[in-house]
Each structure stands twice: as C-alpha cells, then as structure tokens.
Ligand binder design. Sequence first.
Ligand SMILES: [Zn+2]
Length: 282
Amino acid sequence: MAASIGVRLFCVFRRPDHLCLLKSKLVNAAQTRLIQVFQKYTPGMQINVDVHQCCDILHHLKLNQSGRGFMSMPTGKYLHSCEALPERICWKCGRSIDPYLELFFCKCGVVQTPADINFFKLMGLKESFDVDVANLSHMLIDLQKRLHPDKYQNKSDTEKELAEKQSSLINKAYTTLSKPLPRAIYLLDLHNHSITEEEEVRNLEFLNEIMELNEALAEATQVEEVDSLEKKVLEQLELTLKKMSEAFRRHDYKSAKPNVVKYQYYINVRDKIKQYYRQLMI
Ligand SMILES: [Zn+2]
C-alpha cells in the first residue's frame, strides 16, 4: 500500500533541536525523519515525501516530544517557511534569536522589532493563495493577546512602541491575507505582476457585462430582481475565484492577474447589492 501524505495533517517538531530541522539546510533530515515516523505508525505503507511536500507536512503535523505520535496543533505557531529567515539579534539582551520561533519575542521575554519579511512569512504561512483562514485567525488572536497594550503599561517606551508596531503589522498582515481579493493582489505584487490602471480597463467585453449588472441594479424596482442579480454575481465570484486559485497553484501569475481584476469588479457589484439590502432594512 502506498501513502500519499495529505497536507491536512499537522506536524511541527516541538523541541528546539527538532525545530532546527525546519531550516532549509536540514530539510532533508526532516524528510528522512518524517518517513521514519510515518513508517512506524503506518507499518507496511510505502512512504514517499518530496522536499516540498515535506515542508507542507512540517507545517501541518505535530509530533509529540518523544516523536511518538501526532497531535493536532491549536495555533499553527510561527515556523513554517522552508526558506531560511535572516539572522536577528535581540535589541535588549544581545543574543542571536531564532528567526522562526522568536519572530515577535526573544526568549528573554522582550518584544522585538518587526522583521522585514513578507506577510506570509510573518504569519508563519507557506506562500500560497490557499490560506487556512481559521489557523490565521488563531495566530492573530494569540499574538494580539501577547501584544495587548495592557501588558505594556509598566514597560519602557521602546517596548510599548515595538509592541504597537508589531500589533499593527500583524493586523495589516491579517487583513491582507484573510480575504481572497487583498491576498490575491498581494501575491501579484510580490511576484511583480501588480495590477495597473490600464489593465483594469483592457477587457471591454467584460466591462460591458459589469456595466449591465450595475445598470440592472440601479433600475431594479423589486427585491426579486436584486436577488437574481446577486445569484448571478455570486456564481461569477465563485467561478473567478476557482480560476484565480488554480492559476496561483500553478504559480501562473500572468493568468491569475486578469481573473483577480474580474474578481475585484464582481466584488464591487456584490458590495453595492449588500448596500441595497442594508437600505431595505432601515
Ligand atoms: Zn533578548
């Protein structure tokens, strides 16, 4: 029997000596270790794990301290990039801090300066359009608790300021990554395929469709008419999201881009429809 190891499983090595396996240089060691563990718990299965899959699994699996089993992971924690993060030094105690585990706080307990890394790395996520939003929300809540101003009342001005900076940065990262549209725009920006004004109006046939939707909405006199427009827009949103997602999965940013533009237009129409429903309730 062969096993295809699903990305739904959760795994993070909890001990620091295991965590270091996540660093790019040692990812092969992590791969070997994973295969050993899988073979132990699923005897008879043939396990193939490639390095990238291995990173996925490391993101999503958790071994207990003795490596004797799997546990689900409540918050995801902050150590998921296979790419090495830059070395950093704690501004307070001067030690070299673990770029994955001490991204926000040094072990000495002091909040750190925000790292100059993209939002995916900041939130401990693999750079992908398919984000586990529930996991992202857990991370946000967990971090915001630790960065809450109440915890800094008796701390130095520097610490207060750093906590505020970290807090606003993770809020921004969450806002960007938690919804498909800003996440898609961010991914395009990261890969030098930013949406420009000219591109937005290039597809005239599509713009006509949007114009017609807007006109139909403006002229609608019955709720049923708006209901049917909403249905149409939601279907288009779903379809466009699927196309966007598929293109991002193939790292085909050129194909993703026109779909992101379309998605943006449909979202605008959907927002107007929402506004219409809100006014009905007043
Ligand atoms: Zn320190």
